[in-house]
Write a protein that binds this ligand. Structure first.
Ligand SMILES: C[S@@+](CC[C@H](N)C(=O)[O-])C[C@H]1O[C@@H](n2cnc3c(N)ncnc32)[C@H](O)[C@@H]1O
Length: 495
């Protein structure tokens, strides 16, 4: 091993790195130790790769969300069109495939990736992704990566060159054969490496899919695809067919409000800018509409959204409330998210309460038995929307579950107290994890102190929708419905 193989170790061992501190400099920064600019007169790498590197580094360094940080970076660098699309593919693809990329890099480098200096490590991940998962020619992937490493971790460029060349000598299939355990001996371990998901997530998916590993594999494959952007045509303001014509999209398969967008930036659409539509997964539209489709006797004009931020479902409920003469109270505990709900529901009969949803009965605006329909779109692991949040499968941990499920139960209990006898509560998560779905619903309703009945949620979804199971709850799936894996339970308070 040459000395360069060791040159990428942290220089300031023992001290945590600050964001923007040495070793994490932006590609155009000067080298923190030598003060020299990287390869004077020559860009570190092309702008799309540079943007992708910055985004990946920010996700790992600052716990940033890829979608938010990438759009900021693209804006800051003035990247549009093909460059922006390439940067997005590189960022999302690298973050999704992280577990497998790290195994391969670790093998090629002869050391754990945790022992590679973070800037060099992120550049190598980006490079390995190009080599193994894209049609970028190998020489371009290697050279661009080495140039990038020269800029962000100058001492490691020789090491990076050796690792990239070693990775490029073997095809992805051969790497997977070498590093994945045999399916017959360890099916979950095999799927984890082959389809880029943590094992605990695969076990959770498999449990929710009745232990069917072939079906689970189909879900994992779907999770690795870039999702189609769905719009929601707001009732009373727009119509899905007209909107599809206007934006060059296609009306959705299930939700009467859904339009599938054929690429392009939704933020630039007139319909989004003037509040006739919003971006929202079709599954989210379906579960919000299901709450309003549940039969109800008596009063039906006081609706509550107990976890409203950033306001997607509140926007749909508010638009329908305007048509039906109802009023929505939208509760959101995080102030900045409550402001987003305000913006999302401008001009609708919606009152936003920036408060904790568990204060039902203690807050005069959240009286017990004060609402006819209540939505609890509970905070959750988000394992059902991994397509949209490429980093989250590696960031989430099983230890996230106990505090989240406690909060979910408490919010469901609050919802069951807020609804009047005879009224309905929809409990929704964008996670299919059974602990967040079935277990929370069973435990929450048991602890609420009120009597409830399950309402069969299947007839509350559009007629003819396939794969809705045996009820009374419904689990949607990316590989079956093209939606996020939304879970829906509808409960009627009977006492
Ligand atoms: C899954 S998100 C809701 C998404 C939203 N319904 C939509 O469609 O845009 C859950 C939300 O619950 C909020 N939240 C968490 N704890 C809460 C609490 N105790 N009371 C009210 N909101 C809470 C989170 O800040 C987060 O915005």
């Amino acid at each position: 091993m040459t000395s360069e193989h060791h040159a990428d170790r942290p220089h300031n061992t023992g001290r945590p790195r600050r964001p923007g501190g040495p070793g994490y400099g932006r590609t155009q920064d000067r080298d923190a130790r030598t003060g020299r600019a990287p390869r004077a007169g020559r860009p570190a790498s092309d702008p799309a790769r540079q943007a992708a590197y910055e985004a990946i580094a920010a996700v790992h360094r600052d716990d940033a969300y890829a979608n938010l940080v990438l759009s900021e970076i693209l804006r800051g660098m003035g990247l549009h069109g093909r460059d922006a699309a390439f940067a997005t593919e590189l960022t999302y693809g690298t973050l999704r495939a992280l577990g497998t990329l790290d195994l391969i890099i670790g093998d090629a480098a002869g050391r754990e990736v945790s022992r590679i200096d973070p800037p060099a490590r992120d550049a190598l991940r980006l490079g390995a992704y190009q080599l193994l998962f894209t049609r970028v020619p190998a020489h371009a992937a290697v050279n661009q990566t080495v140039d990038l490493v020269r800029a962000v971790a100058p001492a490691a460029h020789g090491f990076a060159n050796a690792v990239m060349r070693s990775i490029s000598e073997t095809s992805l299939d051969d790497w997977l054969t070498k590093l994945a355990p045999a399916y017959e001996q360890d099916p979950v371990g095999n799927l984890a490496v082959v389809h880029n998901h943590p094992e605990w997530v695969i076990r959770a998916f498999s449990e929710a899919l009745g232990g069917d590993l072939e079906d689970t594999a189909r879900l994992l494959i779907e999770d690795n695809q870039a999702p189609v952007v769905h719009l929601c045509a707001r009732p009373g303001r727009s119509d899905a067919i007209e909107l599809a014509d206007e934006v060059g999209g296609v009306p959705g398969a299930f939700s009467p409000y859904a339009v599938y967008l054929n690429g392009g930036s939704p933020a630039e659409l007139g319909a989004i800018r003037n509040g006739r539509a919003h971006v929202q997964d079709e599954g989210s539209q379906l579960v919000a509409a299901a709450l309003l489709a549940a039969p109800l006797e008596g009063r039906d004009d006081r609706w509550l959204d107990l976890c409203a931020g950033p306001g997607g479902k509140a926007g749909l409920l508010g638009a329908i409330a305007a048509e039906r003469g109802a009023r929505v109270t939208a509760v959101e505990v995080a102030e900045h998210r409550a402001r987003l709900v305000d913006q999302a529901t401008a001009g609708m009969p919606v009152t936003v309460l920036p408060t904790d949803g568990r204060t039902v009965g203690r807050d005069p605006d959240l009286p017990e038995e004060g609402f006819d329909r209540v939505l609890v779109d509970a905070p959750c692991t988000g394992l059902g929307s991994l397509r949209r949040r490429p980093e989250s499968r590696w960031r989430r941990k099983p230890t996230d579950l106990p505090p989240l499920t406690k909060l979910q139960r408490e919010l469901l209990v609050a919802a069951l107290r807020a609804v009047r006898p005879g009224g309905v509560v929809a409990y929704v998560t964008c996670s299919p994890h059974m602990v967040e779905t079935q277990v929370t619903v069973t435990e929450g309703s048991r602890r609420s102190g009120v009597e409830v009945d399950f309402v069969d949620a299947r007839p509350l979804l559009p007629a003819g929708m396939p794969h809705l199971g045996t009820g009374p709850t419904v689990q949607l799936w990316p590989h079956r419905h093209g939606t996020d894996a939304m879970f829906l339970a509808v409960l009627r308070r009977t006492s």
